[in-house]
Ligand binder design. Structure first.
Ligand SMILES: [Zn+2]
Length: 78
């Protein structure tokens, strides 16, 4: 294990690709308060699941939005 080749971190190249393709305008990275993964891009407001921090797009779609709809519907008694 002396001659360790320099390998690119796969996360790093994914990030580089995303930035190259213009998907992300920002290179600021966040740690999602809901899944604790770090992500690059724009953070989402995790309310009502968390009162501070930001969440990733995946959690926003999978957890935050359904929860908001649920609370909204409960409030309106649909
Ligand atoms: Zn997340």
């Amino acid at each position: 294990m002396a001659d360790k080749p320099i390998m690119r971190d796969p996360m790093d190249s994914e990030e580089a690709k995303a930035m190259e393709s213009g998907k992300y305008n920002s290179h600021v990275s966040f740690v999602c308060v809901l899944c604790n993964k770090s992500f690059v891009g724009w953070g989402n407001n995790p309310d009502p699941l968390a009162k501070e921090g930001v969440c990733c797009d995946q959690c926003d779609m999978d957890k935050v939005i359904p929860k908001r709809i649920e609370e909204h519907n409960n409030g309106r008694k649909i």
